[in-house]
Design a protein around this ligand. Sequence first.
Ligand SMILES: *Cc1c(COP(=O)(O)O)cnc(C)c1O
Length: 395
Amino acid sequence: MSSGPPSGSSDQTRLIHAGSHPQPLSRTVGPPVQKGSTVLLPDAASLYDEDSCVTYGRAGLAAQNALKAALAAMEGAVGVSLYPSGLSAISGALLAVLRAGDEVLVVDSIYKPVRRFCDEVLARFGVAVTYYDPLQPPADLVSGASPSTRLILMESPGSLTFEVQDVSQIAELARARGILTAIDNTWGAGFLFRPLEHGVDLSLQALTKYVGGHSDVFMGSAAARDPALVRKLDDGVHHLGWSVSGEDAYLMLRGLRTLPTRLAAQGAAGLEVAAWLKGQPEVLEVLHPALPGAQGHELWARDYKGACGLFGFTLRPAPQAAVDGFLDALQVFGLGFSWGGFESLAIWCDPQLRRRSFARDLRGPLMRLHIGLEAPEDLIADLRRGLDAYAALLP
Ligand SMILES: *Cc1c(COP(=O)(O)O)cnc(C)c1O
């Protein structure tokens, strides 16, 4: 093994190796952030010994391994794979388990870019994609599966419309028929809801949202308990050549430490704002599973240990200028996609619903709020400002 250039080497050679053999690292609270494509191996026999050595940095080094271990502990998983975004975690998990000739049942309220992947990529590779109504009873869903159905992909609560599915019943019925189940659990953040404990095979999430928590890093994860599935996910990441940086993994792990505290604060503030909205004359319906009386509330109460700060509401019908007027009057809420950070955000959702097959009539424009860590009373005052602007343009 090389232990640095021999004495008498030229200045040029000494410069290439100087400082590259540091003392063993001091222990810090977080993992070291290693930057490395090349991994130096201890001896010649290790070069091809992939079972006991990491031989190339793409697989991840100290910070990525620390993040995987922490996520596995949170999810109750045997293994976790990391992906460069939430979307690639979902596309990667699908590619890891599906093959040409398979059918996948996908909930109609799936995150829209996942739908695009299913329609434009999976379909091209011979996988049949069938969308199902998130409110379809689990027994009907699973009995409607065909002999080629390989996977059911859920998202609960659904993107934008927040339908809650009976995830454990779907998982149980699917398992009895040899069908795999996967869920986009970004709303539950791997903490409020633990899919693997409810019998789901693949727990997926955009870490970009709540785990990161600061709206500045992209990453996704896929967690599983069955060692054969863990292996498939790992192989899938390897085949596609995906990699996440040590810095980003470090930031995700830092976010994970405060995830429960942020979720508790943002969930409580979200519920306070949702309850207030429910009493406003311009508001038709609040779509928030933790709000008593809302669609999915009983299932949420059965399965979740809290709520995050993301929910929707509909407004009495008004011209588009009123919708724009509402958003443009907001001074505390930012207008932006994504969510899970420390800041409050608002969007209008209707353009994202157009490709759905089972969209129910919401009777008015659909708005989505993400509640951040500002004081709830300031958020409520801001929303009142927006609603005043809206009301001024109501017919
Ligand atoms: C944002 C989001 C994703 C995708 O995450 P990215 O990191 O932005 O690719 C997937 N699912 C849901 C529900 C999301 O909100």
